[in-house]
Design a protein around this ligand. Structure first.
Ligand SMILES: [Zn+2]
Length: 369
């Protein structure tokens, strides 16, 4: 409700029914704020270009992003970090960032020592967390040819260091469960797995199972109870809210973000999702996981490509907000769903406060200097 109208109604009510109106006054206003009116943090994005149109969009729609470095293509490891450092230095309020670490030298004797020194340098330059990606568990192998799982002792000194430095381990470990199931045209991930067969493990028993990866991720939290782990993509447990809830109950430093899994969330019953988000309101963060990495291409993007990307970004951010904050039936991912109509205080935690707390941002969403 518009604050002026609210004040007017309260004044009228105070005159007519003083006791009831006083009670209403003491209740916080839980109606959702306008989309632009609330400062929002996207806890998972890959924005790797210093361009005024990008900054203008984020300012206009009142978004900050946690810019995630991820070693998808090792050749660009240094370049990617340099861009993240620079963006943060130029626009600290818009682009707090997470670093990541090298996986190529993992068989070298001083590997973990070097990784720790590297991470220390990224923290000194402002990194608020460290990303670990699904290749740990599903691609990277030990010298004996077996898969190096996320809880392999090799990574323990790194996790201990991240915990000791009070930084977040942002963990995209595993994949949606259906990466291990036959392709299903009705699934939100059909496009991805029909194109990326290297990450589709159905009928490939040589790969660790979904359950094995999740169990290894959980053992990291058992071994390092002070480490804050932010499970990307609903902690790869998008198919079962109960499974997520159980881990949130069991591991007090476990958090999840919803990026790239809101379509999965929207397939669950809205009343269940709403209750889940209210119950775990201090533990769930918003994220989109959009990628804008023109440095990976041979030539820079055209203005038209950048404009199309920005339009897509704005539409998706807005559609997500309508799902979480809106009321009544809406179309999300071409399906009719009931909007979650989250109370304002839950929305503010989901969209900002939890990210500020976890990444130690200031109230304006800005990273520590
Ligand atoms: Zn990502």
């Amino acid at each position: 409700m518009n604050p002026t109208v609210r004040r007017f109604l309260v004044t009228v009510a105070l005159t007519l029914f003083p006791a009831a109106a006083l009670a209403a006054l003491s209740e916080p206003d839980e109606s959702a704020p306008r989309y632009e009116a609330i400062l929002k943090v996207d806890a998972h994005s890959h924005v790797f270009e210093d361009h005024p149109d990008l900054h203008a969009l984020f300012r206009r729609i009142n978004f900050r992003t946690v810019n995630v470095c991820v070693n998808v293509s090792d050749d660009h490891f240094e370049r990617m970090h340099e861009i993240a450092f620079d963006l943060y230095r130029q626009h600290p309020a818009l682009y707090p960032f997470e670093s990541t670490f090298d996986l190529r030298q993992r068989d070298a004797a001083d590997y973990t020592k070097n990784v720790i020194a590297w991470l220390g340098r990224t923290f000194a330059r402002g990194a608020v967390g460290v990303k670990i990606w699904k290749d740990v568990g599903l691609v990277i192998k030990r010298p004996d040819g077996s898969f190096a799982l996320p809880d392999d002792p090799l990574w323990d000194p790194i996790y201990a260091y991240v915990a000791q430095q009070g930084k977040v381990l942002h963990a995209h470990l595993g994949e949606p469960r259906e990466a291990w199931l036959p392709l299903d045209q009705d699934s939100p991930h059909y496009n991805y797995y029909s194109r990326r067969s290297e990450y589709h493990f159905y009928g490939k028993p040589e790969y660790p199972s979904h359950a094995a990866i999740i169990a290894a991720r959980d053992r990291i939290m058992e071994k390092h109870p002070t480490l804050v782990v932010l499970g990307a993509h609903l902690g790869s447990l998008e198919y079962d809210l109960e499974m997520i809830a159980r881990r949130l109950d069991q591991y007090p430093n476990f958090y999840v973000e919803v990026s790239a899994r809101i379509k999965d969330l929207a397939r669950h019953r809205s009343d269940k999702v709403r209750a889940f988000m209210i119950k775990y309101q201090d533990r769930i963060l918003y994220g989109l996981d959009a990628g804008w990495q023109p440095y990976l291409g041979r030539q820079g993007p055209t203005d038209a490509q950048r404009k199309a990307h920005l339009n897509m970004l704005e539409l998706r951010y807005h559609a997500d907000y309508d799902y979480f904050a809106g009321k009544g039936e809406l179309t999300y991912d071409h399906r009719k769903v009931e909007a979650l109509n989250l109370p304002r205080h839950v929305l503010e935690k989901f969209y900002r406060r939890n990210a500020i707390k976890l990444f130690k941002l200031d109230a304006a969403g800005q990273g520590e200097k």
